[in-house]
Design a protein around this ligand. Structure first.
Ligand SMILES: [Zn+2]
Length: 69
């Protein structure tokens, strides 16, 4: 099983509640984090829970922006 840290509480669709884990399609998607999709088939709601790697990259970028001011 995956040892990735899962969010707690799990994300929920505002209208339908329960969401399902969606397996990543590409390495890039896997790097970005974990996608959840609403369990209702007619609903297109998705939630991205950013991975530690993505958050670190975004933090480094915003620090670089502020340093450039
Ligand atoms: Zn939904």
């Amino acid at each position: 099983m995956s040892n990735r840290l899962l969010p707690d509480p799990l994300p929920r669709c505002r209208r339908h509640g329960r969401m399902r884990l969606r397996p990543p399609g590409t390495r890039e998607q896997e790097f970005c984090g974990v996608w959840y999709r609403c369990a209702a088939p007619e609903c297109a709601a998705t939630v991205l829970v950013a991975s530690a790697g993505l958050r670190a990259q975004l933090a480094a970028q915003s620090q670089a922006c502020e340093a450039g001011r």
